[in-house]
Design a protein around this ligand. Structure first.
Ligand code: CAA
Length: 291
């Protein structure tokens, strides 16, 4: 099957990042949100980021116009009927994804692969709500999508080899390096990331070092671009807590248990960068603010 038209469901941070990457690689993309305001916000964010690339001299203005012309913002789910491949990037909630996939299953051509960008919901569970579990796959992108080179592919219980191969090919054509995982909680990357971030939070809770020293330790000692506390703020402390619980409940291993300090920050509404406060404080534009 030749893939030319993508349908991306969800125009938030991840969906818009996926759409930006795909239009930049020559795909026609329908970017769908539930209302005009949300879809317009997603499309505007993409245009702003492309404009930044023009300002930095990394993209010519003419090329930018051609890239933007491949973006088709929409509120219609029926637009998925024209798609060759679907990527879902809506909110991380099983019921919402289940309802969406049931509808998409009825709209999309039978040969079309349905992929989910979930970081934590079992692929097999979502595939089972469709009549095409062999054409269902996890396609987990990393934030910020246009910059991060990885896509983590997860095969569900019944995912066919042809589905994996087509998605590997699509991932490479998006300029990314794919890895493949079985469908167990957290897949590969969060299985490694969660204990690492949790250990940093526990260390902070015990007073082992300041938040700055813990982050510098990972940045300068391990060459990570962000320290674990900074990264948790970037991912969202509520999201990190949710993923911890998925791993903890799914694998029954205390090393994934959410630290008390993480739960406390989330209870206080300190979700990290998106709420202006987490381990650090942030301005509206996302830059760090001194306490
Ligand atoms: N969207 C698009 N591009 C972005 C961006 C965004 N939101 N944020 C930064 N960039 C681009 C910048 O434009 C810049 O591009 P150029 O090199 O072409 O100029 C480049 O990224 C570097 O940005 P900056 O110079 O502003 O800042 P930086 O060097 O500090 O890098 C960073 C920022 C790329 C975010 C870097 O800190 C980083 O890689 N951090 C780690 C990110 C990470 O680990 N992400 C995975 C999180 S886990 C996840 O997503 C999955 C999950 O399930 C939880």
């Amino acid at each position: 099957m030749t893939i030319k038209q993508l349908f991306v469901a969800g125009a938030g941070l991840m969906g818009a990042g996926i759409a930006q990457t795909a239009i930049s690689c020559g795909y026609e993309v329908s970017l769908r949100e539930v209302d005009e305001a949300l879809v317009n916000r997603g499309a505007e964010n993409i245009k702003k980021r492309l404009e930044n690339l023009v300002q930095k001299g990394k993209l010519e203005a003419g090329q930018r116009d051609a890239v933007v012309a491949r973006l088709h913002p929409t509120t219609s789910l029926e637009a998925a009927g024209r798609a060759d491949f679907v990527i879902e990037a809506i909110t991380e909630n099983f019921e919402a994804k289940r309802d969406l996939f049931k509808r998409l299953d009825g709209i999309c051509r039978p040969d079309v692969i349905l992929a989910s960008n979930t970081s934590s919901i079992p692929i097999t569970r979502m595939a089972a709500v469709t009549k095409r579990p062999e054409r269902f796959i996890g396609m987990h992108f990393f934030n910020p999508v246009p910059v991060m080179p990885l896509i983590e592919l997860t095969r569900g219980r019944d995912t066919a080899d042809e589905t994996v191969n087509a998605t590997l090919e699509l991932s490479r054509s998006l300029g990314k390096t794919p890895i493949t995982s079985l469908d167990y909680p957290g897949f590969i990357v969060n299985r490694m990331l969660v204990p690492f971030v949790n250990e940093a939070i526990n260390a902070l809770m015990q007073g082992l070092g300041s938040r700055e020293d813990i982050d510098q330790g990972a940045k300068l000692g391990l060459h990570h671009p962000m320290g674990p506390l900074e990264l948790a703020d970037f991912v969202g402390l509520d999201t990190h807590l949710y993923i911890c619980n998925v791993l903890y409940e799914g694998l029954h291993d205390p090393k994934f248990a959410p630290p008390a300090l993480l739960q406390q920050l989330v209870d206080a509404g300190h979700f990290g960068r998106k709420s202006g406060r987490g381990f650090y404080r942030y301005r509206q534009d996302g830059s760090r603010q001194p306490d």
